[in-house]
Write a protein of this length. Sequence first.
Length: 264
Amino acid sequence: MRLVIVCVLSLALIVADVRFNQLTSVRSAIGTGLAPVHWLGNAPGRLGDWVSSLFTTRDDLMEQNEALKARLLILERRALKYAALASENNELRRLMNSSEVLDDRVIVGEVVAVSPDPFSHEIVINKGSRDGVEVGQAIIDANGLMGQVQQTSSFTSRVLLISDSSHAVPVEVVRNGLRAVLLGNGDADALELVHVPDTADIREGDLLVSSGLGGRFPRGYPVAEVQQITKEPGEPFVQIRASPRAELNRSRLVLVVFSPEGSS
């Protein structure tokens, strides 16, 4: 009898959540309550980094300082180049009466937890609704698109990675603008490009970026690179394997992307 009651109650909660979206606030409250657990779970790593920093030698610090100076020079050179390109791009947009801006606003977040479920590719970051994060926002790292915010609480947000089997990203080929859909398949190192005709102009090594279609992801962020193209005789579509540009299993710092105000 207890089992029947529990099953009926579970089905009622599932229907209330799926059909009427009644449990969103409950999940948000639970996520807020679990924020200290994520912080405590991340504490040993922070403590280890702090302890190891106490024993860093002067030679190591000097070597790191020289490496940072060299990297700073490289980044400053790139910044000068990007500044010139940004100025030219903004001038072209003004000439075309475009109201778009060059860059999207972002905030930096840190990965504090990873989903233990092997069939669910999710991470938790330390930015939530109090930071302005909303469901559906894009998450990127230094190399490319990582995923999108699936659930928020006051202090944390749960992010669904692009490698999850339920995730899809509208993309286009940088070389020729060919549009397609990139699907996750549960493999953090491989994605699938679907519904591409066997006559399409696509090659191994082509860079895939977000197309912006559907309004979910901003346009132009690197997503993946074509690795393998398989053509089966008689099949209208080719099988395309791509590798994600983002370091889905290794990135610790991420960027939460905010769409420009007034954009669709």
